[in-house]
Design a protein around this ligand. Structure first.
Ligand SMILES: [Ca+2]
Length: 256
């Protein structure tokens, strides 16, 4: 009996380790399918809820409901206390469905600033109707800065920016198709902390407010492949990693 119990415990431990390793690539996932009090719950299971500042509500989305950002409203991710070991450094992906309104300005999907004041990431829809995808290393050193594609107001589109230090290239996919890439200019990793802030829908200095709808925002510490991005577009975040809604399962297990 004792041996059986031990075996059972070991099996559970192995199970958790396997799921944990897979789920570890997904850092943040906002489905925007519900709000809790004053925050958007992080469905990755990592507990990185986005605290609502200003005008962020729910509206009909691409999948269920979406976040509706207006009047400079944004989500605060408490960058100062964000665990540095969960910040993407050697590889990263930022994905979201977006449908923005014409404001004449830029729309920042996500923004983070490192403790040395480096603006380390810019996934944006620009005022000239192009897209931008950028990572920087400490010291404000640009790793790559892709500016490509074209967006129109009032239309849903899927934004996916990827980078891997090993592959040495940053790639931007719109609606699952590559629209731009740039080889890494330097070999340093992405600045590895969000000490001066991290936000969804607005830059840290209050510039570039995202105005419109955002759905299924997810941030990964790996470079998704084009096939993974297409699968994610078609069937959602859980189609990529882990399988069969294990993201949710892992999130539930961790709450115990
Ligand atoms: Ca949704």
């Amino acid at each position: 009996m004792k041996r059986f119990v031990l075996f059972g415990e070991l099996t559970l431990l192995m199970f958790l380790l396997i799921i944990g390793a897979r789920a570890g690539d997904l850092v943040i996932y906002y489905s925007f399918d519900s709000l809790k009090d004053n925050f958007v719950p992080d469905m990755s299971g990592n507990g990185h809820d986005g605290v609502i500042n200003g005008d962020v509500t729910l509206a009909d989305g691409k999948s269920g409901s979406a976040g509706k950002f207006a009047n400079g409203g944004y989500l605060d991710l408490d960058g100062e206390n964000f665990p540095a070991d969960e910040v993407p450094k050697d590889a990263g992906t930022v994905c979201a469905w977006v449908n923005v309104e014409e404001t004449g300005g830029h729309h920042a999907i996500f923004n983070a600033r490192a403790s040395d004041a480096t603006w380390l990431v810019h996934p944006e829809l620009r005022s000239d109707h192009t897209f931008r995808w950028l990572f920087r290393a400490y010291g404000g050193t640009t790793i790559f800065d892709v500016r490509a594609g074209e967006w129109k107001p009032g239309e849903w589109l899927h934004y996916a920016g990827t980078y891997s230090k090993d592959a040495g290239v940053g790639i931007l996919y719109i609606n699952g198709e590559e629209v731009g890439r740039e080889n890494a200019r330097v070999s340093e990793p992405i600045a590895g902390d969000w000490g001066m802030g991290a936000r969804v829908g607005k830059n840290i200095d209050d510039a570039r407010p995202f105005t419109g709808l955002m759905d299924d925002l997810c941030i990964w510490s790996k470079a998704l492949t084009q096939d993974e991005i297409k699968a994610l577009m078609e069937t959602g975040v859980t189609s990529v990693s882990p399988k069969d809604s294990l993201v949710t399962t892992w999130g539930q297990i961790k709450k115990f």
